[in-house]
Design a protein around this ligand. Sequence first.
Ligand code: NAD
Length: 504
Amino acid sequence: MSDDDFTVQSGTGHSAGFADGLDVLLIDGRLGPAASGATFATSNPATEEVLGVAADATAADMDAAITAARAAFDEGSWAGDRAFRARCLRQLRDALVAHGDEMRALTTAEVGAPAFLTAGPQYDFPVEDLGYYADLTEDYEGWVQDLGEKETFGIRSRRTLHREPAGVVAAITPWNFPHQIQIAKVGPALAAGCTVVLKPAPDTPWCASSLARIVATETDIPAGVFNVVTSSDHQLGAMLSRDPRVDIVSFTGSTSTGRSVMRDASEHLTKVFLELGGKSAFVVLDDADLSAAASLAAFSACTHAGQGCAITTRLLVPRHLHDEVVEIAAATMGALAAGDPTDPGTICGPVISERQRDRILGYLDLAIEEGGSFAVGGGRSERFDKGWFIDPTLVVGLDNSARVAQEEIFGPVLTVIDYDGDDEAVSIANDSPYGLSGAVCSGDEERALAVAARIRTGTMGVNGGIWYSADVPFGGYKQSGIGREMGVSGFEEYLESKSIAVAR
Ligand code: NAD
């Protein structure tokens, strides 16, 4: 592959060479079209322009990918060669770093991700995280654990616990943070010694096929170890969940699809790992720096147009401070109006698609029907003739029982909910089917930590603390998921354990 083949302009346009190179699947080490030759379009959500096409796989391609991953696991040396795996992961990280400019531009063009985020969790952070997974392969202390000797029924045994790669991993991913989510699955799965079939969301196929290309052309990762199957058909995901040759389904997406994955996987009792939706609370305690807390909550709700599962979308404020907090949050959201994602100053870009835009507008209508009003925003952005832009919106006048406060909207919409006293704040924060993330701000760190401890959620930021890091487990309570991604716990999701007892 030449550099010319891999160029995307930093604006919203693209070069023909780049588009030509990404209409491929990666199956058993070979980059090629779908068996049927079919393709589907991928578009720029900021301009509605078609960027190009991706290979549109069907069941035959998926079957071939699973066959390849199974054979690479059962017959290849990947699962047993840690040093080689670590080397390949570092090679992949270095190649992704080298292609940073093109990949960041691609991500902004295909995902609508604001450019500033591509220097963070939309690209640079996950690429760097591959180094952490490579280190884990070498340094993980749990590969073999001595459990000591014990006498049972008169037989003295020496017991050891062995951790082994779990097998073939089906990685099914959404469109909102494609690189982050792909790498948070593929990195630890490959580090653990598993083989992978990645099925990305139909909205962002190039974020996966570009990874496929780099793996195939610039790393020594053996044929069959990493396969990528892009498709416009969601049912190819279901095919992975139902296939007995798959050992783990590692899924990130909506809670309703997660349920379906779990049902399908139950047929063969395949292990599922689920990262699902959220409706997280940002709790402002009455002794907090109101300006800092309200601005942070507003900023976070606008980031990537609110298309983050862990974004705090309910702003819990002490009733007597409601007006003050709303004024600050509304001013911040007004200043963060939706903008061109290629502009380095943009925080809130477009949402991914017309369908998603209309879904969000439906929730804004619902907010009014439920008796709420808007302190700022409330509809489509007037600044753009094209693209799927929504103005950051602050909803007031509702309580936590409103559907707008209970359901995941996945847009730049923050709902203010009043409370009286810390106990009620905790109770409202926990009154949600979800439990993915949250935040609390207070002038008294101990008080904030006490509130954080009582909220049933997988991550909490206290006074602006940022938990995102390769070594920090991420995942949800309740209907936000099962299991933890990233960190040692995330790595261990891809391992089986075997206990061996040897008579002395
Ligand atoms: P989605 O559930 O519609 O799709 C996710 C993936 O599942 C896609 O690849 C899709 O093709 C595939 N899929 C669809 N139907 C399937 C089926 N029956 N069986 C198997 N796979 C199937 O989600 P989305 O709209 O792409 O993403 C948005 C959702 O993802 C939001 O709800 C968001 O909260 C969630 N999300 C969660 C996390 C997390 O870590 N908890 C992270 C990002 C996004």
